[in-house]
Ligand binder design. Structure first.
Ligand SMILES: *Cc1c(COP(=O)(O)O)cnc(C)c1O
Length: 411
C-alpha cells in the first residue's frame, strides 16, 4: 500500500469549525440555544425555503415529515428500492406500508414510470398511497417534474429524501432557472442529513425544509414531544389562562405524542460554520467528478460513471461507477479487495432495500430489474471536499490498472 488510506467519503473540518463549537461550549446553552434557530434560518435561506426545522439526524427528518403529514396505519408510501434503509424504515415507524419502486439502472434514480408501476402494484394490494419519497441518489436529482406531475394527478404528496443533495440544483417549475434542492419548488418537504460522510457535517444532524406554515408548525411539535407553547394550539382554555386573561407562563399542551428529535446548539454551531463552506465543498466535488469522468472515459464499456441527468447541477455526494464485473472476470468483492490493497476505500450504494429479510418476509418477493441491475454493477469511489488531486490520481491509476489488466487482449 502506497500512501495513506483514502476512504470513500469523509468530513472536512477546519479551525473555524472547531472555534464555532468551542464557543458554544464556553457559553450558556448546550441543547436548544440560539444557534439552532440561526442554523435553521440560515439553511432555509441558503436553499430558498420559508422554513427549516433542525433535528437529530436525516432519519428523524424523514420520520418527522411523515408524522407532520399525518401518514399512518392504512396508508402507503412509494420509496425507491435503491436508497439507504432509513427511507423505507420511517414509513414502517409511522405504521404505514412501503411500496418499493424500481429505478433507472443507469442512474439509480426513481423515474415517473417506476412510481406509476408502484402505484398499480399498491392498488392490487388495496393500499391507499399517500406520498412519494424520491431519493436524489449520489446528489443527482430524481425527475421532480415528472413525479410532481404524477403526484398532482393522483392527489399524492412529494417528500424529498435530499440526504445526498445538499448543494444540488435542478431546473425549477418555471423551467428557466436552476433552483436548490430544499426550495421545495415541487414538493411539500425536503429532508437533509448532516452525517459526516454527507456533503456538510454536524456529527449527527438533520433538517426538514418546507414552504408550508402548518407543516412547519407540525414538524416543530413532533421534534419535541408533541408539546406546543403556541396560544393558537391551546384548547384547554380553563387551564391555559390566568385570572388576568393571559396565557399561564408555564403552560403547554400536547395533542399527540412526539419525539425528542432535537438538534443541540453544539451541532448547530458546527452546522452554521459548515454551511458557510457548502458552496466551496460543492465546487470542489464538481471539479473532482469532472476530472474522474475524463480519466475514466477510456475504460468504457467495462467501467463507466453513472449516467447523468439533464437540467441539473448536482452537489455530488458520491461518485458511483458501473462496472461490468462479469466481462472483467472479477467479482466485486475481489475488485474492492484489489483497490483496498492500494489503500483505496470503496462502497456499494445500495443493496436494494426490498431484498432485506424484513421486507421480504413482510411483502414477499418482488421483481425490480432496474434496482437489481444497478446493485449488480455499482461501486462508489472516493469523493470528499478535502480530497487532493494527488489522491484522485492514485484512485484513477489503481482503478485503471485493475480494469486494463483484465480487459481481453483483443481490445
Ligand atoms: C444518510 C441517509 C439517510 C439517513 O440519514 P442519517 O443522518 O444517517 O440518519 C437517509 N436517506 C439517505 C438516502 C441517506 O443517505
Amino acid at each position: 500500500m502506497s500512501g495513506r488510506f483514502i476512504p470513500y467519503g469523509r468530513q472536512y473540518l477546519d479551525e473555524a469549525d472547531i472555534q464555532a463549537v468551542t464557543q458554544v461550549l464556553r457559553g450558556d446553552w448546550l441543547t436548544q440555544g440560539p444557534s439552532v434557530g440561526w442554523f435553521e434560518k440560515s439553511f432555509a435561506a441558503h436553499v430558498g425555503a420559508r422554513h427549516g426545522v433542525a433535528c437529530a439526524n436525516g432519519t428523524a427528518a424523514l420520520h418527522l415529515a411523515l408524522l407532520a403529514l399525518g401518514i399512518g396505519p392504512g396508508d402507503a408510501v412509494i420509496v425507491p428500492s435503491i436508497t439507504f434503509l432509513a427511507t423505507a424504515n420511517v414509513v414502517r415507524h409511522v405504521g404505514a406500508d412501503v411500496v418499493f419502486a424500481d429505478v433507472d439502472p443507469h442512474t439509480g434514480l426513481m423515474r415517473r414510470q417506476d412510481a406509476e408501476a408502484a402505484l398499480k402494484r399498491a392498488a392490487t394490494r388495496g393500499w391507499r398511497v399517500r406520498a412519494i419519497m424520491p431519493v436524489h441518489l449520489a446528489g443527482q436529482p430524481a425527475d421532480m417534474a415528472g413525479l410532481a406531475d404524477l403526484a398532482a394527478a393522483k392527489g399524492l404528496v412529494l417528500v424529498e429524501d435530499a440526504c445526498h443533495a445538499a448543494g444540488t440544483q435542478l431546473a425549477g417549475a418555471d423551467g428557466s432557472t436552476l433552483m436548490a434542492v430544499g426550495a421545495c419548488d415541487r414538493s411539500a418537504m425536503a429532508c437533509f442529513s448532516f452525517h459526516p460522510v454527507k456533503t456538510m457535517a454536524t456529527g449527527e444532524g438533520g433538517m426538514v425544509t418546507t414552504n408550508d406554515d402548518e407543516l412547519a408548525a407540525a414538524l416543530r411539535r413532533h421534534v419535541s414531544h408533541g408539546m406546543s407553547r403556541d396560544e393558537a394550539d391551546f384548547t384547554r382554555t380553563d387551564a391555559a389562562y390566568g385570572a388576568d386573561g393571559k396565557p399561564n407562563p408555564w403552560y403547554y399542551e400536547m395533542a399527540s405524542p412526539g419525539f425528542n428529535y432535537r438538534l443541540t446548539d453544539i451541532q448547530a454551531a458546527l452546522g452554521l460554520s459548515q454551511l458557510a463552506k457548502l458552496d466551496r465543498f460543492v465546487a470542489a466535488r464538481r471539479t473532482l467528478v469532472e476530472t474522474y469522468d475524463r480519466a475514466f472515459a477510456p475504460l468504457a464499456p467495462w467501467l463507466r460513471p453513472a449516467a447523468r441527468v439533464a437540467d441539473a447541477a448536482p452537489g455530488w455526494h458520491l461518485y458511483p461507477v458501473l462496472v461490468d464485473y462479469a466481462a472483467l472476470g472479477l467479482d466485486r468483492s475481489a475488485f474492492m479487495g484489489l483497490l483496498r490493497q492500494q489503500g483505496i476505500g470503496t462502497q456499494v450504494h445500495y443493496i436494494p432495500v426490498h431484498s432485506q429479510p424484513y421486507y421480504q418476509q413482510l411483502y414477499g418477493p418482488l421483481d425490480l430489474p432496474g434496482a437489481e441491475s444497478w446493485y449488480r454493477h455499482c461501486l462508489s469511489l472516493p469523493l470528499f471536499a478535502g480530497m487532493a488531486m494527488t489522491d484522485l490520481e492514485r484512485v484513477v491509476a489503481a482503478v485503471t490498472d485493475v480494469v486494463t489488466s483484465r480487459v481481453p487482449a483483443s481490445r
